[in-house]
Design a protein around this ligand. Sequence first.
Ligand code: SAH
Length: 361
Amino acid sequence: MQNSDGQIQNNDKLDIKSLNLQELTEELAALGEKTFRAKQMYEWMHVKLARSFEEMTNLPKAFREQCTGRYSYTALEMLRMQESKLDGTRKFLFGLADGNMVESVWMRYKHGNSVCISSQVGCRMGCRFCASTIDGLERSLTPSEMLDQIYAITRITGERVSNVVVMGIGEPMDNYDNLLCFIRLLTDENGLHISQRNVTVSTCGIVPRMRQLAEEKLQITLALSLHATTDEKRRRLMPIANQYSIEELMDTCKYYFELTGRRITFEYSLVGGVNDTDEDAKELIALAAPLCCHVNLIPVNPIKERDFVQSETARIQAFKNKLERNKINVTIRREMGRDIDGACGQLRRKNLTEGTAALPV
Ligand code: SAH
């Protein structure tokens, strides 16, 4: 069952891992448990990354059994893991309790390990170049299911995750309340305590939610999927552009920076012959220059359902150089895991259409 926020109420059982420490303390107090029990359980869930109540060995057995009967305890099942031979990037396909699947990606960088998580099962935004949206939205993920992707990967790799990017399947701003709850749990000093500065949320540009996020005054990075410099062009790539203009988006980015002091990231996927001309670069410079921002150029990752092609390497470089000459802070995103269906939603989609047999283990 699912309410309007996408919170799952498994048989109406409370999703225990989505509670913060105070809520957990109140919940367990109602069962007659002392504060220290909540602290112990919170640590089992969010630091020791227990997969069930049974693993919480310093809690009395009768209490663990009571909890198993009373609460829903999410844990992901790893269905597939693919490791890139090129760069060691690992892509995971996880099964959720209701049979749905999500993807997450683990990347090793010089500055630490980074995980890219999904925020929804599917997506309803309809961006033309993206594989995640082809079958629409199934449902949103709970805060615990977003955390679980990081927890499962930490357990599997045995290495700490220091950066989290919400850039996998789904539109995080279409699951706003759960996203906020997830960020607060992830960065909580009693949990994994990942620095807010190491968390990035990417959005296709849902203006009211971006403004709301600014008002939370978190220290996370907001990334805007811009991909085009005129409303007309953007509408051809992203249906959300019919609702919000580039002008509104730029005002909102300015607002985000004013309230948080955090530099905005613009994501710009270069599609050959569509948005990669010198004129496009010039327009992008005009948009980026007045803002404190960083432009991340992404060579489009062609998906078989669409006929978009990547820009030529020389074109990408020329585009970048033009931005640099105009003092725009710009990087070309390293193409991690290209050999393992690295682009959003490709692995889940392959599994849906061809079945697990088609996938390498
Ligand atoms: N819904 C969010 C986050 C998910 S996608 C958003 O729209 O930002 C993360 C980034 O990858 C977005 O910038 C998205 O537009 C981009 N993207 C999706 N599919 C792509 C593809 N095939 N090639 C290049 N970039 C892609």
